[in-house]
Design a protein around this ligand. Sequence first.
Ligand code: SF4
Length: 563
Amino acid sequence: MNKALDRSLIKRLLEADCEDPLASTDELTSQEIPPGVDRRTFLMRSAVGGAAAVMMGSSVSAQERTAKALATMPQQTTGRSTAIPPPTGKTGPPPPLDKDLNVVKKGQGPVMTTADEFYKVGPGPSSSHTIGPMRITYDFYQRATKLPADKLAKATKLQVNLFGSLSATGKGHGTERAALAGLVGKEPATVDPKFLDSLRDMPDQTFPVKLGDKSIDVSLKDVIYDATKGDFKHPNTMTVKLLAGNEVLLEQEYYSVGGGFIEWKGYTPPKKNAPKYPFRLMKELRAHADNNKISIAKVILANEMSIAGRSEEEVYAFIDKIINAMVATVKSGLSMPEDDVLPGPIKLHSKAATVYKRALDDKYAADKGIGALSAFALAASEENGRGHLVITAPTGGSAGVMPALVYGLLEVRKLDRQKIRDGMLAALAIGYLCKHHATLSAAEGGCQAEIGVASSMAAALTATAYDAESRVVENAAESALEHHLGMTCDPVAGYVQVPCIERCAFGAVKAWTAYAIASNEIASRHRVDFDATVMALAETAKDMNSKYKETSEAGLALSVTLC
Ligand code: SF4
């Protein structure tokens, strides 16, 4: 493309801002989606058609755009494919998630997620492989206790079967230890990490599980790494059974759908109150904020109060708990000995304390800042690698990103706590929208869904903490997410260490860069809106080869040799 044409294209795109067919997401989303066609793919292709028309200086009707989008759509099968790609991974993306999953259906209504569902404290290293499975087995244990006494009297065994990604990389994540901990009645937020460490160091231990008058001994042998490939509703599928010999007294199929969220066969989401400011898109969220002359954070606060029926004090008390946990995880990571080695076959040396110490000796303030911010992220992420308590924001693998910014803004820059609270609420909006329309699960979308979303949340946090207007908050979040699109998940040896720990540092620095650009550019000229980038995240997730979705079958997981 020659420069003159290039410039004229850019000019036209800028001029088109007021009547840009892409500017109105309503127009896109109100188009009728033809039957039998995947909604997201259709909208994406329709939007691309509109953009192409703008670039060529022509106008295009909604009907023409629909026809063009349809013509370029890949053929849809009427049901799910019955085969997950073979281990060679040569067949491209895996089959779509089952349409019955709430995590798939929920994209159509307003965002209804609440802070306590999103920010969860629990043991690392992976929210979907540790916190989710622990919540699942704890849930099953609670169900089992409610069985009639005569049934419980017959029980002889509890058994957990892990499938898909949980089976492929669960060993590296300690999924079997998390699953066992839930079975014996431990909850993620309160489990002592030393208990999980003891399961690793003494794997033959048995524990009595009390069910009515019956006591059943369970051990790690009761957690079975089952098929990694199959026709699963979700890549993170597991079943839990209570048996009497071969007779099944109770069985439940569960899905760890990302960020520690869980669903099960027949799941219906809990009833909630209507949000004060309903929104499905960033565009709608910002309209609430701007029309009511309040910040994005205040919109989220009002929705938290209305959806969950909580007072402002209760919402802030919860947010404070999460802020304090994030600060604690950075402090704890920085205080570890410099020669500490993380658990697992990589024998990865901790580096947070060393990087922090040396960064402070850097000559230039900017170098110090970037080094220190990286060290904070490394510290929290290494805590995740140790299986210690971390906070999902949005996941365990990305648990270094948000704490790095929270620690830096609160403990180093000494910003007022209320600014951090507001930032945490704005960050929630970003996480909610990504969960609502795309995914937070690396098993579904690769690392862009973890570190990318975390970085985007951290950019919104930072912009909000510095009182940026809603457009700048959106731009910062968009930018941070955009520049993680396509990032794959390929943890070496299945351990959330390489590339995950350093990746958290990069996610934190990119969040800062996104804020630096967004707060210094002319906000109205920022061309890519957040909703479009979330759509791209969803589409990229769908197209990504399953080898790059937390299976450790490709990328660094193959190229790095352990010796
Ligand atoms: S590579 Fe990214 S998505 Fe995968 S486990 Fe590591 S942090 Fe999570």
